[in-house]
Design a protein around this ligand. Structure first.
Ligand code: PMP
Length: 422
């Protein structure tokens, strides 16, 4: 069937000119037949998503309350009710980060977005950046800084290693960076890096202190203001238990001073904090203007996850993660497994790393658990690939019952996967 408007336009033309249109329908048919790729068969089938125990390093399972918040009807991203929700999120992040920073917001994007936002806004091309690398996250930040033209210096340890304050101070004095990066919860190695005193060192050396807490926030103590962290970011999908896709970040006044007094514009328009600070109502201007369309449902879910953390209390959340982690560590040792991080005080409570047991193929163990227990654990990442299996029990998943389930699945996999002779 031809659309009515097109048919009548042909008739009108004939009336006006007295000429019969000889090929109108052919032309129209050609226009109409421009769709020559049929709807794909998969799109005509319903969406299927299996239930999985997400006991890897993230995302973790999302509790029904947060899923329900994300399923609420959409409102406009510039409606006043949305601004209120964003203001709530800001306060929720200030609590979770333990900061009074005004410049606190959530990125529209995953943890990498916050990582890039922090580097792109506070560093200009040619400036010196110091990155501690003891797993994959330092490697990523070094690459991000290099791509935007910074002079990148790295301090490198193998996964599981950490940097003393003396080593950090020596490198700060040598490279005179404008920014120093440290991963608090190194999820690729399972390490909780000490942070005390590093902020003071950075301030003494006139450098901003940037910390990644994607895998540790809510699970391991971190106090942004007290520990003099200038820029802190996290992700939504780990101990906060929201779906992936939003990433809280906060800048203190030192960081704001550096990023709002640049000579050059940041390389990314989307991640430019002059725009984002307006979008989040942080720049003191009377009107918030359109910059990009924020992930409305993702923000609803993030608000709910921050509300759950506020109700539970940070200290209780830290305590719970530590208690369950210790229970899991003991259970793993009882199975004859070796923990990758030897020093208990340096272990990340949210993500535990197990040295791959002798004679086993780690990929077979993981595949067995997915197949027979619907349970995800993962291998290493970056420099820890082939060295560890990672078990994460975060937020909603953080219980002794789930630790028992993880131990049972591992014991079963060890029993049934073939062991190669040395
Ligand atoms: N930093 C750390 C410590 C992480 O564990 C992760 C995610 N595994 C990221 C950064 C990157 O976050 P995303 O995958 O959300 O971009």
């Amino acid at each position: 069937m031809l659309p009515k408007t097109l048919v009548s336009r042909c008739a009108l033309l004939a009336q006006q000119t007295g000429l019969e249109c000889t090929r109108p329908c052919k032309n129209l048919q050609r226009a109409m037949s421009s769709v020559n790729i049929p709807p794909p068969a998969c799109m005509l089938r319903p969406l299927e998503v299996p239930y999985r125990y997400l006991f890897g390093p993230g995302p973790s399972n999302v509790p029904p309350r947060i899923l329900a918040a994300g399923a609420r009807p959409i409102i406009g991203h510039l409606h006043k009710e949305m601004y209120e929700i964003m203001n709530d999120i800001k306060q929720g992040i200030q609590y979770a980060f333990q900061t009074n920073n005004h410049m606190t917001l959530a990125m529209s994007g995953s943890g990498h977005t916050a990582m890039e936002c922090a580097v792109f806004n506070t560093v200009e091309p040619g400036e010196s950046v110091l990155v501690s690398v003891n797993g994959v996250w330092g490697e990523r930040v070094a690459e991000i800084a290099e791509r935007m033209g910074a002079k990148v210096h790295t301090m490198v340890k193998s996964p599981g290693g950490y940097f003393t304050n003396e080593e950090i101070e020596k490198a700060l004095a040598k490279h005179k960076p404008v920014l120093f990066f440290l991963t608090h919860g190194e999820s690729s190695a399972g390490l909780a890096h000490p942070v005390d005193g590093v902020g003071d060192l950075c301030h003494r050396h006139n450098c901003l202190f940037l910390v990644d807490s994607v895998a540790s926030l809510g699970a391991s103590p971190l106090l942004m203001d007290q520990q003099k962290i200038d820029i802190l970011y996290t992700g939504s999908q780990k101990a906060l238990n929201a779906p992936p896709g939003t990433a809280p970040i906060s800048f203190n006044t030192r960081a704001c001073h550096k990023m709002f007094n640049r000579k050059t514009k940041p390389v990314s328009y989307l991640l430019d904090m002059t725009h984002l600070s307006n979008y989040w109502g942080n720049d003191g201007k009377p009107a918030r203007e359109y910059h990009h369309t924020g992930p409305v449902s993702g923000f609803f879910a993030l608000r709910e996850s921050l509300a759950i953390l506020a109700e539970k209390g940070l200290e209780e959340s830290w305590r719970q993660h530590r208690e369950v982690a210790e229970y899991l560590w003991k259970g793993l040792e009882d199975l004859g497994l070796k923990l990758f991080i030897k020093d208990k005080d340096l272990r990340l409570p949210s993500v535990t790393t197990i040295s791959i047991p002798d004679g086993y193929d780690w990929k077979e163990l993981l595949a067995y658990m997915i197949k027979h227990h619907q349970m995800e654990m993962t291998g290493g990442l970056g420099p820890s690939i082939g060295r560890v299996i990672r078990v994460g029990l975060m937020g909603y998943n953080c219980s002794k019952l789930n630790a028992d389930k993880a131990l049972l699945a591992l014991a079963d996999a060890l029993k049934h996967c073939p062991k190669r002779k040395a």
